[in-house]
Design a protein around this ligand. Structure first.
Ligand SMILES: *[C@@H]1O[C@H](CO)[C@@H](O)[C@H](O)[C@H]1NC(C)=O
Ligand SMILES: *[C@@H]1O[C@H](CO)[C@@H](O)[C@H](O)[C@H]1NC(C)=O
Ligand SMILES: *[C@@H]1O[C@H](CO)[C@@H](O)[C@H](O)[C@H]1NC(C)=O
Ligand SMILES: *[C@@H]1O[C@H](CO)[C@@H](O)[C@H](O)[C@H]1NC(C)=O
Length: 399
């Protein structure tokens, strides 16, 4: 009995010890996790303030510090697919590399502006600009260069509820203009040195093909119906077999652009050359984003402006996948070949005459389009014809 009592007490003590140890272990684990969380939070804060610091250092108009990176390293970084949401993946290294590339785009643009003295030909035009003083942002809206995404962002900055924006019937452009009306020139010029200014560009011919497909190809857009009729009336040759087509062909559309240009008429904003309305030679943009690197460049701008918490991860899923698809090149190239196969060399020369500066300013390749057009008569006699691609058989999605 004596031993039994001792035994009981002994067990009792062990149980106590075990419970105590368990509690201690739990507590230590808990402390560890807390401190790790605190550490990560600090890290994020530090990164954010790093961006702010960079900005204030350069007096907001950032004179980015270029880090020379080897081409290999740059291409590795270009291949990182940013998803516009992750706080993960992103690092100062990536940020600096992108900054270097953006700086190169700016230098190239300045060089071309200087070569053609474009700042004197195209004085600053404030019409398509959006200025948000509260968020230190200036954006020139280039239609058909993923403009709907940045309209969406500006509507968030304008204070519209995200849920509301996803279900609106109004045109997002009208909503945005209510909060950010078209600025006057003095306001734009005064704001430029203090705010972060940017625009997004795209291959000029992809832009006009996109505009054509969107507004004229199937005459579904009621606003552009009368224009479609006008183009057909003016440019359709009654002798051709194309009488069956109700809507303007791409070739007729191009004829229309060329004539408009010859007559000095103002272009619709969906196909106006960028140099004529964002006037990048007389307005020094801080950042030239490109559609081909849209997600990456957008994220960079958002971080430079310190708007991560407002804008990152705010795009609806359908927009995200659309942009992802837009940036992928192969399908687009295929489309370009099809549309430009309607056009002969003379017409391409004339079309390039209108958009040539956009190609040069933003460093796009126009030579490839000469491979897509109707071959010259002399060439065709002697070489085998390329298989012509059918226009009627397009199952691809709209750009
Ligand atoms: C984008 O591509 C994915 C597959 O790559 C496809 O599932 C999706 O429907 C495409 N979205 C659009 C808008 O074309
Ligand atoms: C090229 O196409 C345009 C428009 O159809 C036509 O007016 C012109 O004569 C063509 N030029 C040549 C060299 O075929
Ligand atoms: C076709 O091209 C060859 C050389 O590539 C040339 O010798 C020949 O004369 C050309 N024929 C015609 C009909 O132009
Ligand atoms: C497109 O053409 C291919 C063959 O060239 C054919 O198999 C396919 O059914 C066509 N699609 C449509 C939608 O006409």
């Amino acid at each position: 009995m004596h031993t039994r009592l001792w035994y009981d007490r002994h067990i009792h003590g062990s149980v106590k010890l075990i419970i105590f140890s368990l509690v201690a272990i739990f507590y230590v684990t808990f402390l560890c996790r807390e401190s790790q969380n605190a550490y990560e939070l600090n890290k994020v804060k530090a990164e954010t303030s790093g961006v702010m610091h960079l900005q204030s250092q350069a007096g907001s108009k950032s004179q980015p510090i270029i880090q020379k990176l080897e081409p290999v390293e740059l291409s590795r970084i270009n291949n990182i697919v940013t998803t516009i949401n992750p706080v993960y993946e992103y690092s100062e290294e990536i940020h600096a590399a992108i900054e270097g590339e953006l700086k190169q785009r700016n230098l190239h643009l300045r060089e071309v502006c200087k070569r053609y003295q474009l700042q004197f030909v195209y004085p600053p035009n404030p019409r398509e600009f959006f200025i948000s003083h509260g968020h230190s942002l200036i954006w020139c809206n280039v239609f058909k260069a993923a403009s709907s995404t940045w309209l969406y962002y500006f509507n968030i900055l304008g204070g519209y509820n995200v849920k509301y924006l996803q279900h609106i019937v109004y045109q997002p452009l009208e909503l945005a203009r209510k909060r950010f009306p078209r600025p006057e020139l003095p306001e734009l010029l005064e704001s430029l040195p203090y705010l972060l200014s940017f625009l997004f560009v795209r291959d000029p011919f992809e832009r006009i093909v996109s505009g054509y497909r969107n507004k004229l190809e199937d005459c579904k857009n009621s606003y552009y119906k009368s224009l479609a009729k006008r183009i057909i009336k003016r440019f359709r040759k009654q002798t051709t077999t194309s009488r069956t087509k109700k809507c303007p062909t791409f070739q007729e559309f191009v004829q229309f652009l060329i004539e408009q240009h010859k007559q000095g008429k103002r272009f619709d904003e969906h196909w106006a050359p960028i140099y004529s309305f964002c006037t990048p030679c007389s307005i020094e943009f801080n950042i030239i984003g490109k559609l081909e690197t849209f997600a990456r460049d957008s994220e960079f701008i958002i971080r430079e402006a310190g708007l991560e918490y407002l804008l990152l991860d705010k795009l609806p899923k359908n927009k995200l996948s659309r942009i992802g698809n837009l940036s992928k090149g192969s399908k687009t190239n295929f489309l370009m070949e099809i549309y430009f196969s309607e056009i002969n060399r003379t017409t391409l020369d004339q079309l390039l005459n209108i958009y040539r500066w956009d190609f040069e300013l933003f460093d796009y390749d126009f030579k490839k389009y000469y491979d897509y057009i109707i071959p010259d008569v002399e060439d065709t006699k002697n070489t085998t014809l390329k298989p012509t691609m059918g226009m009627k058989n397009l199952t691809t999605t709209r750009m």
